[in-house]
Design a protein around this ligand. Sequence first.
Ligand SMILES: [Zn+2]
Length: 136
Amino acid sequence: MTTVLPEPLSARIRYHLEGLRVGEIRITRCSVCRRAQLPPRSSCPECHTGEPFTWERASGLATIWSFCVFHKAYLPPPAPQPPYTVAVVELAEGPRMVTNIVDVDPHTLRIGDSVAPVFGPDGAPEVRFRPVTLRR
Ligand SMILES: [Zn+2]
């Protein structure tokens, strides 16, 4: 999927969120320097150009770039309950995103672990990640 979308930023964010609803991580790529971006921006942080950008569907492959384990609940369910992990994952395409790592004992995680996306239930526009290999 490659589509040029010269639209306002709010439309870009909406398109990205619509992607999450259908199980896609949609990123933009600068047409000048080819840097991939998430979230979509009105100008490229690398070469500072404006339009046009192309849309891509990220592969979903990612690695844990950083993480911490929370042992206190700051919000009631459905927010994550302790212990839970807040992580920065780096997509294979380059952009990093803040997320949660789920379906794992957070104390077994390591920086550099491979993770795959878990999309929100019932079309919720959210994505979390889980380890690619099963951990106990
Ligand atoms: Zn650029």
